[in-house]
Design a protein around this ligand. Structure first.
Ligand code: NAP
Length: 273
């Protein structure tokens, strides 16, 4: 069993399957392997254009709907009230579920006032489209502003995180409020696998580099959503509860942070605080 993070009563398995760029037979095989290996958390978005395939794969696993945590998002161009509600409803139709466990704003809008978006997000929750709501790619000040505007808890902020990117301030801000921090690109989109420090620690632990990186997330009480198109690596990524990293190894990994560590900096982002 993967440990869970509890946020405002929601139980979020600490390792989830990221599904960006996974489609067709590859997605299907990854989901089947994940379910078999014990994953009970799946992350998608309309932008990934795989919600219908993910829904079908999840049904094929035979997992009861209430046994897994399902997240989808609303793309940043759909953050007016009407567009957000339509997007959330369309996701449910594609996924073939009555509600998702978590509905996130994928990226802040450069144009629509956050108050309008948050009101619509709460409305989506009130309509039963989502059991919980949250944000993604929200810097601290905007996250706090969004929570002030929301009559329901924003239970998670999903952001890029791996040893190259220091997110300690944002993680503390989330955890102090009882909000889950969800790490995307937790193994640095694959770019940290050849790092000498990671490799050395992995050899000493008798684990793979990916397992060491994911264990580093687990020990910080954050949720991580690694993606793999390879069923064996999908399994490997959840087999991380039978070892632990020493405080020294945790610190060595955190010391890899540098100012250019951000890997996702798309054109529509106005700037990070
Ligand atoms: P990631 O999970 O850090 O890395 C994925 C890469 O690592 C793939 O190239 C994969 O290749 C490789 N990999 C995975 N497990 C491995 C293993 N055990 N050994 C060796 N290589 C391994 O990066 P990500 O996909 O960018 O992020 C994960 C998820 O976060 C996404 O799928 C998505 O669900 C979410 N995400 C959210 C946002 C957002 O804006 N909210 C942005 C980006 C991502 P193979 O497929 O060949 O194994």
């Amino acid at each position: 069993m993967t440990p869970v993070v509890t946020a405002f009563g929601a139980q979020i398995p600490q390792i989830g399957l990221g599904t960006w760029q996974l489609q067709g037979d590859i997605l299907h095989a990854a989901v089947m392997a994940a379910a078999d290996a014990g994953y009970r958390h799946f992350d998608t978005a309309p932008r990934y254009e795989n919600e219908a395939e993910l829904g079908a794969a999840l049904r094929a696993t035979g997992l009861p709907r209430d046994s897994y945590f399902l997240t989808t998002k609303v793309w940043y161009t759909d953050l007016s009230a009407a567009a957000l509600l339509a997007s959330a409803h369309a996701s449910l139709e594609r996924l073939g579920v009555e509600a998702v466990d978590l509905l996130l704003i994928h990226w802040p809008s450069p144009t629509v006032p956050v108050a309008e978006t948050i009101e619509a997000l709460v409305e989506a929750r009130d309509r039963g489209y989502a059991r919980n709501i949250g944000v993604s790619n929200f810097p601290k000040a905007l996250m706090n502003r969004a929570q002030e505007l929301s009559s329901a808890p924003l239970i998670a902020n999903q952001c890029e995180y791996h040893p190259r990117l220091d997110q300690s301030d944002l993680i503390a801000a989330c955890q102090n409020e009882g909000r889950a921090f969800v790490s995307y690109a937790p193994i640095g989109s694959g770019q940290l696998l050849a790092d000498p420090t990671v490799t050395q620690i992995a050899a000493a632990c008798g684990k793979s580099q990916a397992q060491v990186l994911l264990r580093w997330h687990l020990q910080q009480g954050v949720v991580a959503i690694p993606r793999s198109s390879n069923p064996a690596r999908v399994r490997e990524n959840i087999e991380i509860t039978d070892f632990s990293l020493s405080p020294q190894d945790m610190a060595r990994l955190s010391a890899l942070a540098d100012n250019d560590g951000r890997m996702y900096n798309p054109a529509w982002v106005k700037g990070w605080e």
